[in-house]
Design a protein around this ligand. Structure first.
Ligand SMILES: NC(=O)c1ccc[n+]([C@@H]2O[C@H](COP(=O)([O-])OP(=O)(O)OC[C@H]3O[C@@H](n4cnc5c(N)ncnc54)[C@H](OP(=O)(O)O)[C@@H]3O)[C@@H](O)[C@H]2O)c1
Length: 487
């Protein structure tokens, strides 16, 4: 299957924070990949910007190194890298000062799409937005892309929205959640709304429960100081897991249109009930591990008495007609046994088994894998082959995108690549709207406030495990169990 690459309109894209980690690892190599794919017109330009003084030649060398470091050799060649580098420019600016801005203003063209990627800390978003206006750079058609975290609670998210709204209309603001750019996540919408097969079953009458897992094997690494002020609830649940939950739970939008989709997601967030304290398990990884001494979470963040969670599992309920009675179990954590992200829709048992209560009987599960090996898997019961009588066994109907799409599948664009192209196209469907972000915080804030008021301490868990024992109990006591975390 050959997928079509539709070139975007010519653009000037300014990447603020171009010397930072995200730009080096994702944004700049991703743009190179879209260039090689033929999606970026020859007249487009990418303008790096940060405080570090360098010229275009220095920036090109920097980007060439990033491509070499972060793209494997099969995905790059010297000739196309050289052609890509010709599109790069660099202007040093300080978000908090005025140097460099006139040069940037002189460089930007008015007759192409203009986009500004704020790949800097959120404390600089307001400064950048304000200076883009003060120096006459932004126009009513320009777009800004803002990174997470979008606030740390409802009050700060509202303040950030208000600051951006002083200079940009909501239709110009692209709040990125890279989970929404994943091929599988979009396929979730295709599977739900382009097939008649699942929709009649997609409700509390037929779905026993839903599990959303985002498991990482890494610890907090060099982000310890930032992470300890945030924790898994703020860093992962409020945004990524919440977005996945919305896409599973939302009603069919009347059209695949940015506001129609986001209106439906917002309704889901509003319908989420508060989470009871007994339905939340917070954890913190211990030191140790199989390969000898590894630092504990507290050692990693340098705070012996820290109460921040590196793991969280919770049971959420959606109070609407479709979902009343179907729990959504969410879990995410660091230093777990595998790097695996998956959504599992676990269907109910058949109302009556004509085969008797066979051992090996399992419910149907639709598992949607976000990583690794993006794809979907529907487990169904069949008769065990052979003459052994009518014994049942479970088989997977497996669709790995890499296999299903052949050579093309291995070349699925990374989430950032897809999302940046959507910004240039002016398509906000896969970006969070301001009211969605605020609603997500409005649900999250009281949960965090309640555990802080109780002085709750996270439970310890071993690195390489599936998380704290109590998280197993969260499902056991409902007569269910977590799916295995498998890479
Ligand atoms: N890294 C990731 O994987 C990741 C993932 C998700 C979200 N994010 C978000 O993406 C944003 C960038 O993250 P990052 O990891 O790339 O951060 P980073 O490595 O610390 O880079 C920050 C960038 O901002 C520039 N900068 C700092 N102060 C500036 C100022 N006053 N004026 C202009 N430029 C300034 C820095 O360059 P100079 O020092 O040269 O100015 C650098 O290029 C953050 O909001 C982060 O939360 C990052």
């Amino acid at each position: 299957m050959v997928s079509r690459v539709i070139p975007v309109d010519p653009f000037d894209l300014v990447v603020f924070g171009a010397t930072g980690d995200l730009a080096r690892r994702k944004i700049l190599p991703g743009l190179y990949r879209r260039f090689v794919a033929g999606q970026i017109p020859e007249t487009s330009r990418i303008i790096g910007s940060a405080r570090t003084e360098m010229d275009a030649t220095g920036f090109r060398a920097f980007v060439a190194e990033a491509i070499e470091e972060f793209l494997d050799v099969k995905r790059r060649d010297a000739d196309s890298v050289a052609r890509f580098l010709d599109h790069l420019h660099y202007v040093a600016v300080d978000a908090k000062g005025d140097g460099g801005w006139p040069e940037l203003a002189a460089l930007i063209r008015r007759d192409v799409v203009q986009a500004y990627y704020f790949s800097v800390g959120p404390s600089l978003f307001g400064d950048l937005a304000e200076r883009l206006h003060r120096h006459g750079i932004a126009t009513p058609n320009s777009r800004i892309v803002v990174e997470k975290p979008f606030g740390r609670d409802l009050a700060s998210a509202k303040a950030l929205n208000a600051t951006l709204a002083e200079h940009f209309d909501e239709s110009q603001i692209y709040r990125i959640d890279h989970y929404l750019g994943k091929e599988t996540v979009q396929n979730l919408m295709a599977v739900r709304f382009a097939n008649i097969l699942f929709e009649p079953l997609w409700n509390a009458r037929h779905v026993d429960h839903v599990q959303i897992t985002v498991a990482e094997t890494v610890g907090v690494g060099g982000r310890g100081a930032y992470y300890d002020k945030s924790g898994a609830m703020r860093d992962m649940v409020q945004n990524h897991l919440m977005q996945l939950l919305c896409l599973i739970a939302m009603e069919p939008p009347y059209r695949f249109d940015p506001d129609a989709v986001r209106d439906e997601k917002l309704k889901v967030i509003h319908a989420l009930l508060p989470v009871e304290p007994e339905d939340i398990v917070r954890g913190q990884y211990r030191g140790g591990g199989k390969k000898g001494a590894a630092p504990s979470y507290a050692e990693d963040v340098g705070e012996p008495a820290t109460k921040t969670e590196s793991y969280i599992a919770l049971k959420a309920h959606i109070a609407n007609w479709r979902w009343k009675g179907t729990p959504f179990y969410l879990r995410t954590g660091k230093k777990l046994r595998g790097r695996a992200s998956e959504i599992a829709i676990v269907f109910k048992e058949v109302p009556h088994s004509i085969f008797g209560d066979e051992e090996g009987w399992r419910e149907n599960v639709l598992a949607i894998r976000l990583q690794p090996n993006e794809g979907m898997n529907l487990s169904v019961m069949i008769k065990e082959p052979g003459p052994g009588g009518m014994r049942l066994t479970e088989v997977p109907l497996d669709m790995s995108f890499a296999e299903a799409l052949g050579e093309d599948g291995a070349d699925i664009p990374d989430a950032y690549e897809r999302l940046i192209m959507d910004v240039i196209r002016g398509n906000q469907t896969l970006f969070m709207r301001g009211d969605e972000v605020e609603a997500a915080w409005a649900w999250t804030d009281p949960i965090i406030a309640a555990w802080e008021a109780r002085g709750d301490r996270p439970k310890g868990y071993d690195p390489g495990s599936s998380g704290p024992e109590d998280a197993l109990m969260l499902l056991h006591r409902d007569g269910r169990r977590w799916r295995e975390i498998r890479e």
